[in-house]
Design a protein around this ligand. Structure first.
Ligand code: PLP
Length: 223
C-alpha cells in the first residue's frame, strides 16, 4: 500500500470515530524517523500537518518541503531542550510538549524576538510516570495562570501520552482525566486536546481527543 493510501485509510477511521464521538478531530502525521520522500508523497497530495520530535532531523525536512509546498504546518512533539528552543520557535507552528514555566517564558522571549505568536500545548503527566515528560496535574493551574502574562505565547490546549499498555482500555481512566482537565479550561483558543497514537487513537477520540498523533500506522515502522 502506498503512504497516501494508508494515510487515507487512517483518516477515514479518524472520521468514523469522530462522528461517533460527536466532535471534530485533526490527524497529525508523525513523520519522525521517516524518510522525507514519504512525507513528500503526502505533501503533494495536500496533507499539510506533520509532527517531528528532533530538531536536528526536522529542520532540513522542513526547509526542503516548505520550499516546494505551501501552507505546511509543522508540530514539535519531542522533548524540549532549551538550547534548541529558539529553532523550535522559529520552525514550528505548534509545540505539543511544554511542561515547565521557565520553558514557557523562554518561548515567549524567542517568539517576541522573531515577531510571532507561538502556539503551545501543555503536556500532562497524569499517570505520575517518573521517566516521562509532562507537568503534574497539581501544577497545571499555575502554569496556565502564568501563561496569561506572556504576550507572545498562545496556549491552545493540552497534550497527553499515557503509559504503553497492550490492553489500551487500562488507560481509559487517564484519557478521562485528561479530558476533564481539558474541559475545565476549554475556550475559543484553548480548544485542542492532543492524545491518541497508532494503537489507541479511536479510544482517545471517544474520550475527547481533538487531535491524534499517528506515525507507524501511516508510514510503517520507523527507521
Ligand atoms: C512517536 C510519537 C507518536 C506516534 O507514535 P505511533 O505509535 O508511531 O503512532 C505520537 N506522539 C508522540 C509524542 C510521539 O513521540
Amino acid at each position: 500500500m502506498s503512504i497516501i493510501e494508508s494515510y487515507n485509510n487512517i483518516y477515514s477511521e479518524v472520521l468514523k470515530c469522530s462522528k461517533k464521538a460527536g466532535h471534530n478531530v485533526e490527524l497529525l502525521a508523525v513523520s519522525k524517523n521517516q524518510d522525507i520522500s514519504k512525507m513528500e508523497e503526502l505533501a503533494c497530495n495536500n496533507v499539510l500537518m506533520f509532527g517531528e520530535s528532533k530538531v536536528q532531523e526536522a529542520l532540513p525536512k522542513i526547509e526542503y518541503l516548505s520550499n516546494k509546498y505551501n501552507n505546511l504546518d509543522f508540530h514539535f512533539i519531542g522533548k524540549v531542550q532549551t538550547n534548541k528552543l529558539k529553532k523550535i520557535v522559529e520552525y514550528f507552528n505548534l509545540i505539543h510538549s511544554v511542561d515547565r514555566q521557565d520553558v514557557l517564558k523562554l518561548i515567549n522571549n524567542y517568539a517576541c524576538e522573531l515577531g510571532k505568536k507561538q502556539n503551545v500545548l501543555i503536556q500532562l503527566n497524569i499517570a505520575c510516570e517518573t521517566q516521562k515528560n509532562g507537568i503534574a496535574v497539581e501544577n497545571l493551574d499555575d502554569i496556565l495562570n502564568a501563561s496569561a502574562a506572556l504576550e507572545n505565547v498562545v496556549v491552545k490546549g493540552l497534550m497527553f501520552m499515557p503509559p504503553y499498555e497492550e490492553d489500551i482500555t487500562k488507560n481509559i481512566k487517564y484519557f478521562d482525566m485528561a479530558n476533564s482537565l481539558f474541559n475545565k479550561y476549554k475556550s475559543n483558543t484553548f480548544n485542542t486536546l492532543s492524545m491518541g497514537m497508532s494503537h489507541d487513537f479511536c479510544l482517545a477520540i471517544e474520550y475527547g481527543a481533538t487531535l491524534v498523533r499517528v506515525g507507524t500506522n501511516i508510514f510503517g515502522e520507523r527507521l
